[in-house]
Design a protein around this ligand. Structure first.
Ligand SMILES: NC(=O)c1ccc[n+]([C@@H]2O[C@H](COP(=O)([O-])OP(=O)(O)OC[C@H]3O[C@@H](n4cnc5c(N)ncnc54)[C@H](O)[C@@H]3O)[C@@H](O)[C@H]2O)c1
Length: 342
């Protein structure tokens, strides 16, 4: 069974391709490489022995997107990862985000409809909950004002798929990721931000290795246990496996609605300062960090209730914070060693 993965050259897409292949699926990828190269697909090949074809296509271009679907009309589903994801960048340039993340989704939906693709899995985000006071969040927790244009594209993306699903046969799942971190244990694939990263864990590992001189903790006066933001870090291989399980759930026709939502987090809130301490413990590296001002677009605290994904998808995230940090660190060290040996 063949699956079309958009954004397959990216961080979560590449790890999901590994999990899909390990579970017997064939995969084709579509990625414009606006935020990636094919480097991670080379890593996927080393891990799985399978060479993945990537169509270098901008999904905002309908004609090119249509051509990819036309050539792959035998797919059983689409997993749509492709999007821009940097909160501060979206605050600075909202139209870039609205155009890229929403036009691409409209085009994917048009092709899903035209080619009668039965199943769709969409990368959403816990950012859709905004600054909620109801913690942990369940899927039914009312969504608050989006804190950034990026988060708004995820709220709107979800709504677009929900509206689409009301009048079409496609079965859809919206996966709300909390904070995916870590890397495949082989250290052959991992997070590969182009330019300066914004997410905490790559900033931690890049500071530890010396690529970034100093880490700034954005906000230390929030109403949390140590004043820093609280997040629900979840290992990327656990996130990857949820996609395979979601697709299988749709293929087995176990879904109770034609558009279902699942939270993907561990259920444990970890502060930024606790994450730093966990990293220092497993790596033995003392991080150079400072406490800085709050950053626009950040929500204060969020963590998941993941009971629904566990019960219905049979998903069982079991990789803890120290292994998240350990694999992220092994990946960063492997990247440095590769550069040194070239
Ligand atoms: N990483 C996180 O912390 C996180 C959290 C919640 C949700 N998500 C969502 O998960 C998805 C994957 O995130 P990721 O961390 O793997 O990001 P990533 O940047 O590593 O991967 C996204 C990929 O999509 C591609 N892409 C972007 N726009 C495209 C377009 N118009 N046409 C074709 N390709 C395009 C990029 O080149 C990139 O390779 C995104 O939708 C993101 O918003 C990520």
């Amino acid at each position: 069974m063949k699956v079309l993965v958009t954004g397959g050259c990216g961080y979560i897409g590449s790890h999901t391709i590994v999990d899909l292949i390990n579970n017997g699926f064939d995969v084709v990828s579509v990625d414009s490489n606006i935020r990636s190269s094919t480097q991670l697909l080379d890593g996927v090949e080393k891990i799985t022995g399978k060479k993945i074809r990537n169509y270098k296509v901008d999904l905002c271009n309908l004609e090119d997107t249509h051509a990819v679907f036309h050539e792959n009309r035998d797919i059983v589903g689409v997993i749509h990862f492709a999007a821009l994801k940097t909160v501060p960048e979206s605050v600075a340039d909202p139209l870039f985000y609205f155009h890229n993340n929403l036009s691409s989704l409209v085009n994917v939906l048009k092709c899903v409809k035209e080619f009668n693709i039965p199943n769709l899995v969409f990368s959403s985000s816990c950012s859709v909950y905004g600054n909620t006071t109801e913690l942990p969040v369940v899927e039914a927790t009312p969504l608050q004002e989006a804190q950034s244009p990026y988060a708004r594209t995820k709220q709107m993306g979800e709504q677009m798929i929900q509206d689409y699903s009301k009048v079409n046969d496609t079965q859809s799942i919206l996966l709300r990721y909390f904070n995916p971190v870590g890397a495949h244990p082989s250290a052959l694939i991992g997070e590969l931000p182009l330019g300066r990263p914004d997410n905490l864990v790559p900033v931690i590992t890049q500071t530890a290795i010396g690529k970034i001189p100093k880490l700034t903790v954005f906000g230390h006066d929030y109403d949390t246990r140590d004043g820093s933001c609280v997040r629900d870090y979840i290992h990327v291989m656990d996130i990857a496996n949820a996609h395979t399980k979601a697709l299988q759930y749709l293929l087995d026709q176990k879904n109770t609605d034609n558009c279902e939502i699942f939270n993907l987090g561990t259920g444990n809130g970890v502060t930024v300062l606790e994450a730093i301490k966990a990293f220092e413990k497993i790596s033995g590296v003392k991080l150079n960090y400072e406490l800085g001002p709050r950053r626009p677009g950040d929500v204060i605290a969020i963590y998941a209730n993941n009971t629904k994904a566990k019960q219905l998808l049979g998903w069982n995230p079991n990789i803890g914070i120290e292994d998240m940090m350990r694999t992220a660190w092994q990946w960063e060290v492997a990247l440095r060693d590769r550069v040194l040996s070239n």
